[in-house]
Design a protein around this ligand. Sequence first.
Ligand SMILES: *[C@@H]1O[C@H](CO)[C@@H](O)[C@H](O)[C@H]1NC(C)=O
Ligand SMILES: *[C@@H]1O[C@H](CO)[C@@H](O)[C@H](O)[C@H]1NC(C)=O
Ligand SMILES: *[C@@H]1O[C@H](CO)[C@@H](O)[C@H](O)[C@H]1NC(C)=O
Ligand SMILES: *[C@@H]1O[C@H](CO)[C@@H](O)[C@H](O)[C@H]1NC(C)=O
Ligand SMILES: *[C@@H]1O[C@H](CO)[C@@H](O)[C@H](O)[C@H]1NC(C)=O
Length: 547
Amino acid sequence: MKVDSFAVAAALIASSIPSVTATGGNNFTRRCGRLIQTFKNPNTKVLSSGYVTKGTNVTYPDIHPTCGQGWIVAQADMCRLSLNVTTSSTSNIIMEVWLPENWKSSGQRFAMTGNGGVGGCLTLSDLAFTTSLGFATVGHNNGHDGLSSLPFLNKPEVVRDFAWRATLVATQVGKAATNFFYQSSLAKSYYIGCSGGGRQGMKIAQDFPEEYDGIIAGDPAADFHRLVAGGLYYSYQTGPPTAATWLSLEQWKAVDAEVLAQCDTIDGVEDTVLEDPLRCNPRFETMLCGQLETWATHQCLTPAQVSAVEKIYSPVYGNKGRFVAPRFQPGNDQNLGFYLIYGSPSELGVEYLRYAIKNDASWNLPPTLDEFLDIMDDLLDNDPIGVSANNPNLTPLKNSGHKLLVYHGESDGYYSHENTLRLYEATARNMTLKAKQLDDFYRLFPISGLNHCGGGNGAWFFGASGQNGLGISGVDPNESLIMKMVSWVENGIAPETLRGYQVNPLTGRLEGAIRDHCRHPLKNTYKGVGDPLAPENWECKLGTKYP
Ligand SMILES: *[C@@H]1O[C@H](CO)[C@@H](O)[C@H](O)[C@H]1NC(C)=O
Ligand SMILES: *[C@@H]1O[C@H](CO)[C@@H](O)[C@H](O)[C@H]1NC(C)=O
Ligand SMILES: *[C@@H]1O[C@H](CO)[C@@H](O)[C@H](O)[C@H]1NC(C)=O
Ligand SMILES: *[C@@H]1O[C@H](CO)[C@@H](O)[C@H](O)[C@H]1NC(C)=O
Ligand SMILES: *[C@@H]1O[C@H](CO)[C@@H](O)[C@H](O)[C@H]1NC(C)=O
């Protein structure tokens, strides 16, 4: 494994390449090193360019501490280009463009990767993986570094980049760099992202669908203010650890177990996975302590705790009676979601409101729920920074002939999949299209037993955004989700189902259930006989009544 601090490598390449003759086999390498002088584009500065061989450990020594691992092993021989693009007098984006050597023989495809949370971190695993499939692939910092909203304080142009502009500008500059480097026109463009990256994908589908032939939006935090509202609402219901309404993590796990006890077999199979969480409406009074019983003696809850649980598993309505956020997702796998409820108020939510909306570093959550809901009502009415990607009218996408594939984990405790179902139905109504007609350009796959983007108790692995960097073994890259989108766009073969695999969390191997996840509104239905781990014993049906 070679360690390659990028700036050093670029300098070495630049100084060693001029001796290679133009007729040698090194044209790719030489032209890559020279991009720093040759690539000219408005508002664009090349920070570095250099050839990287497959297996090289590409490192980011200056990575923001909230962005996690600052390195990735390159999975293709490629040219790596780093750009600084000015988006206004007070904002800029940092971009990576990875240009694989086998691009021309791999279909001349372009791909854009998304960001998570409130953006600001490259999704390095998607960048490396997609490049390994021969796509010229771009990643960008969404106009700021790190996961915090702090860079938004009094920086409206930085906020604008986060809301939508960075995705559009990085697309245009990335395409220009790709076409320039290969001296050829790219054939097809693809977008992949999950969570915040899913929101970016929905923005593309709604606002600039002409840019991408195929858009994959995973667990899209598209109705962003409902994400903020849901996360912060929990803290008003549970209160601080001293409150009578507070539950410990252990108690939340018992609540989750109760949800499964009441709902797991609704789909006919006891496997800790809810095939259709919409059918799960648990009654939490079953957990009430009887006379002289306590949590310590009987693992039961007080009336105040049960009422907090009921509220968290119920939809949130604002002071104007309007719908604000769906209930907490039942069947949550004791994952992210419970930590969100259990900990102090969602930091993402508080920081977003403080820095991006209120522009006041000393702002804090109001003391009462009513005051908080007033803020949320206002954000839902006005979307002051244009962050929401909830426009149901996809007529421009439909007319472009481009494709949108959305998936959402049905055990996503972070941002409920009900948000994504609601947006789909709003599109059906807005465009007056039946599901079969939407299928031509917009397919939604709810994924049972998938948490937020990755992980879960179900057959959650299907080579989607972020999943390819998890070190899962025994996976065929050609079966990954982006290649299914390629088949749809380039061969007209639309995905009917998405085949997902269960993963043994200890070994990282595909093991256990294989499920062909159905597209909305069809539901995976156990045929009643045969091994439920095998996909052929399930079928996609409409309006099935469960036993
Ligand atoms: C190198 O580039 C030149 C000019 O673009 C071209 O004529 C030549 O065929 C290339 N050589 C190889 C080996 O690709
Ligand atoms: C890549 O380099 C980083 C930083 O030096 C190091 O922490 C990491 O372990 C390396 N990864 C591999 C696979 O060598
Ligand atoms: C990118 O360019 C801006 C000016 O537009 C500058 O302020 C910033 O320091 C540059 N960033 C890097 C990493 O070069
Ligand atoms: C569809 O959505 C657009 C954009 O939000 C809106 O202007 C229009 O009124 C909607 N049409 C219908 C029929 O709901
Ligand atoms: C994936 O498909 C490409 C192109 O068809 C092929 O060259 C490659 O061998 C395949 N990879 C695997 C692991 O099957």
